[in-house]
Design a binder for this molecule. Structure first.
Ligand code: GRF
Length: 201
């Protein structure tokens, strides 16, 4: 299957996906990397792997829909089947999500449905929970609410900072995201569009 990875930053998850797709027998092939920010490290990672990358700067579009349409056009052009949001820090419009529904995966740095949103680690630390982790899920219009494909947990230590917790969670993201991608591109996991539930084959 043809995969696009959308990023906004360092792209360590992108790197994990690149490494996974390079393995023999991978059912996923990354065709294009799209970043909404120029000059981020993830773009260099794409370049080093010989994957084409395109910068689509949201601030150059007058509306979210126009920005999302520009991304959709690229996805069509590269005949993309599956989209991975790997640290992509823009919320996609309902139109975009519904057009690609069941084919967009996101990695979130908490055990969903707890601690949704952009500052998950901060919420985890202030809630005082002793276990956190990551979730890879299908993307729905409502942020961080889609059906969960896989999760991995990590301990939260009493002296953790947002940074130390983020680093520990990223290690498991780098295992969970490639695994979830293979589950979807191999056809083992699909989204039941009517019930918003995972179907396992
Ligand atoms: C990850 O922790 C992801 O869960 C969050 O943003 C971070 C992206 O990191 N949404 P990277 O760009 O993949 O290194």
């Amino acid at each position: 299957k043809h995969v696009a990875v959308l990023i906004s930053g360092s792209g360590t998850n992108l790197q994990a996906l690149i490494n996974e797709c390079a393995k023999p027998g991978s059912s996923a092939e990354i065709r294009v990397v799209i970043s909404n920010k120029p000059n981020v490290k993830g773009l260099q990672r794409a370049f080093d792997a010989g994957i084409p990358s395109i910068v689509v700067q949201n601030r150059k579009y007058s509306s979210r829909e126009k920005f999302d349409n520009a991304i959709s056009e690229i996805l069509e052009e590269f005949q993309i089947d599956t989209i991975c949001l790997a640290g992509f820090m823009r919320i996609l419009s309902g139109g975009f999500v519904n057009r690609w529904r069941g084919r967009i995966l996101n990695v979130h740095p908490s055990l969903l449905p707890s601690f949704k949103g952009a500052n998950a680690h901060k919420l985890v630390l202030s809630a005082g929970v002793r276990i956190s982790g990551c979730s890879v899920h299908f993307v729905e219009e409502e942020v961080d609410s889609g059906a969960i494909i896989c999760q991995e947990s990590v301990p939260v230590y009493s002296d953790d900072t947002e940074e130390s917790l983020a680093a520990r969670v990223k290690e498991v993201e780098h295992r969970a995201f490639p695994k979830a991608l293979q589950l979807v591109t191999s056809g083992k996991v699909t989204l039941d569009l009517e019930n918003n539930k995972i179907i396992w084959k």
